[in-house]
Write a protein that binds this ligand. Sequence first.
Ligand code: HEC
Ligand code: HEC
Ligand code: HEC
Ligand code: HEC
Ligand code: HEC
Length: 375
Amino acid sequence: MRIGNTMKRALLTGAVLLLLGNAFIIYRNYDTEWRAYQKQYLALAIEKTTDPQTRAVLEQRTPVIEQLVVTGFGKQRVDRCMTCHAGIDDARFSDAPQPLRTHPTIPGNHPYRTFGCTTCHDGNGRGLATDDAHGTTKFWMEPLLKGADIESGCAKCHGVTLAETPHLALGARLFFTKACYGCHKIEGVSDGKLGVELTRVGAKWPLAYLEESIVVPKANNFESIMPKMDLSPEEVKALVIYLKSLTGENLMNGPVERYNAIKAWRAERPKDVPVTVEAGKRAFADKYCDACHTINGVGGKTGPDLSVIGLQRTKEWMVQHHLNPRSLVGGSVMPDLKYAATELEAIALYLSTLKTLTVDNAVVYAVPDSAGATH
Ligand code: HEC
Ligand code: HEC
Ligand code: HEC
Ligand code: HEC
Ligand code: HEC
């Protein structure tokens, strides 16, 4: 059968229109979804703020793409999850609707500014539409891990023995007690030869496929010699979580120094200090704030000059900014440091006294206080 020219043209036009339509829808979703959540977040943050100056700052803010570049663990990751999950590290958002809610408390201390999100959750860190970010589109091999399934994410750093990851530990045990090891090789664990190698099976297949391989061994190859095992649903779940953790990648396999640095950094507890200007000044130096900030001509230039910060920001603003810079300044690159609450108060107190710009000991800019006197 021959197709006439008119028909061809009509088909072609149809195809082009369809394509444009799709592109438009994708563009619109991309453009509006994350913006809408950022706007919701800002509106809620304003509602939850009592300090008038902090409110004013928030009212000026517009939606931005928030991203973390995580370099500490394995390959570099770019996680933008908190563009939508904007209240994730902000305790004030524990009653907010998803995706704005505070992260639930989980075992161990894994600050988001160091660990990002995809280290534990998989998903597509760069995604800015929900389906894309959660990796629930068909072609993403690492869809979002949640509920008990997230244990397979913990294994990338902790192995399978943590008490906090019971499914994982059970799955690893079942791999032996149910004779999987006899047919399957997992590098460093077993060297069965009858079945396919499973060293990286978790990176290759999503959870549903792994489950099917165990429950219906002939699903993908009707000649498969893999026997149908007698397994309870809990055992299947545990095995799937264990298999999903097999990515051939150990995120803690970086240089030993890096691991030790993180460990030392974690072990070091911030000490309480008296809430005085002196102590604040010392803390400012101890934390190397001056590596990025200049005060009266001394210090680095990565961050803004703080010489007259006392005129620009309230103490409340400064404390909140330290706890969670992103909550006030979208896309902030202020680093994640450890503070005792008193240390924060002291630094904010010290900074709030900075109201005079002097260069080479000469006052070039002095500002009258409320009583009209100059400092
Ligand atoms: C475009 C906005 C958006 C981005 C980006 C986004 N999420 Fe979500 N997320 C949502 C919304 C909306 C929900 C609640 C509704 C739902 O579950 O789909 C949610 C829910 C979740 C849940 C709970 C799911 C459940 O069923 O309990 C997890 C976990 C999660 N997101 C993790 C992530 C991670 C990790 C990333 C980054 C890789 C990410 N999200 C990026 C919008 C987003
Ligand atoms: C990207 C790597 C990474 C991932 C993924 C990860 N952790 Fe951790 N975890 C760490 C590091 C680093 C420490 C600090 C270790 C130290 O101080 O010795 C830690 C500490 C802990 C601790 C405190 C006890 C200890 O061993 O130091 C627990 C408990 C813990 N993690 C549980 C979990 C759980 C549960 C998950 C999954 C939901 C998880 N971790 C995911 C890296 C990771
Ligand atoms: C150290 C591992 C780890 C990291 C890093 C991590 N999470 Fe989670 N997350 C968990 C665990 C464990 C749970 C609880 C799982 C469950 O019981 O459903 C969870 C739950 C969640 C939920 C569901 C909360 C609910 O109430 O249902 C969301 C949303 C979420 N995480 C988003 C994120 C985002 C966004 C990031 C990055 C800013 C992130 N997580 C970083 C381990 C982690
Ligand atoms: C008698 C040998 C044998 C035993 C025992 C066995 N398997 Fe298999 N398994 C196979 C073979 C052979 C295949 C490849 C099937 C095919 O040809 O598609 C396979 C495939 C798989 C796959 C799919 C891998 C992929 O990349 O497609 C998974 C997952 C799997 N097995 C898990 C298990 C688990 C878990 C157990 C223990 C409960 C187990 N197997 C026990 C022989 C075995
Ligand atoms: C790696 C560089 C860096 C370090 C170290 C650093 N900051 Fe910052 N800081 C910035 C950048 C960049 C900004 C601008 C973005 C923002 O406000 O979050 C900023 C902003 C600020 C602001 C708000 C200025 C304004 O008016 O908008 C204050 C106050 C501040 N930093 C105090 C500190 C203190 C105190 C320390 C030490 C505990 C510190 N910073 C360490 C980079 C840094």
